[in-house]
Design a binder for this molecule. Structure first.
Ligand SMILES: Nc1ncnc2c1ncn2[C@@H]1O[C@H](COP(=O)(O)OP(=O)(O)OP(=O)(O)O)[C@@H](O)[C@H]1O
Ligand SMILES: O=C(O)[C@H](O)[C@@H](O)[C@H](O)[C@H](O)CO
Length: 183
């Protein structure tokens, strides 16, 4: 335990601030990985779902997929949060599904130095997780539309790809090692 605390402190001291959007479809592990990173690195955290207008949450809760028009004001709030973090200059992690390239471009507008962490998980694993999960507004019935809407980030986008099927601790170790290597 003492050793873990020491190494977490070293990581906090040695890493330059980064501005991360942990993205992917519902149930892929965005909140799990983003909170893990924010805790280990001492970076600011924002749950993107908490920025959805109530009408969006109501829509998803009743099994209706969001449209581009529904997502626009939410993406604007996500962008505003990211811009404030960049201006403040401290490391930050946001969860945001960011399913389409155009949404990611909206998040990066105004030249924000955002990086995406795309968590990729198979449809069968996602379906099992969402069936098991309780106390969340997002129904498992929306998974097919999430998967159909996802435009996997291209190599021309600033993306770090991780597997959502490894243990979260393994993914966190991989990400932190990647950040250390990149300086
Ligand atoms: N790597 C993993 N292996 C197994 N289960 C996981 C893993 N990551 C997350 N889970 C579990 O899967 C469920 C979904 O995870 P989480 O809430 O982090 O995903 P999410 O992408 O934030 O979902 P949503 O966008 O729907 O809020 C949770 O019950 C979580 O405990
Ligand atoms: O763009 C969307 O359709 C939404 O952001 C969804 O992805 C959910 O908010 C999220 O995944 C919670 O389950």
């Amino acid at each position: 335990m003492g050793t873990m605390t020491a190494s977490a402190a070293q990581v906090k001291m040695s890493l330059e601030p980064r501005f991360l959007v942990v993205m992917g479809v519902s149930g892929t592990g965005k909140t799990t990985i983003a909170t893990g990173l924010a805790t280990r690195l001492g970076w600011h955290f924002q749950e993107g779902d908490a920025l959805h207008p109530p009408a969006n949450v109501e829509k998803m809760s009743t099994g209706q997929p969001l449209t581009d028009v529904d997502r626009a004001p939410w993406l604007a709030l996500c962008h505003d949060w990211l811009r404030a973090q960049v201006e403040a200059g401290h490391g930050a992690v946001l969860t945001c599904s960011a399913l389409k390239r155009a949404y990611r471009e909206q998040l990066r507008a105004n030249g924000l130095p955002i990086e995406f962490v795309h968590i990729d998980t198979s449809g069968t694993e996602l379906a099992a997780r969402l069936e098991r999960r309780e106390g969340h507004f997002m129904p498992a019935s929306l998974l097919p539309s999430q998967l159909a809407t996802l435009e996997v980030p291209g190599d021309d986008e600033p993306v770090i790809r991780v597997s959502g099927e490894k243990h979260p601790d393994v993914v966190l170790e991989e990400l932190i090692r990647h950040f250390q290597t990149e300086g």
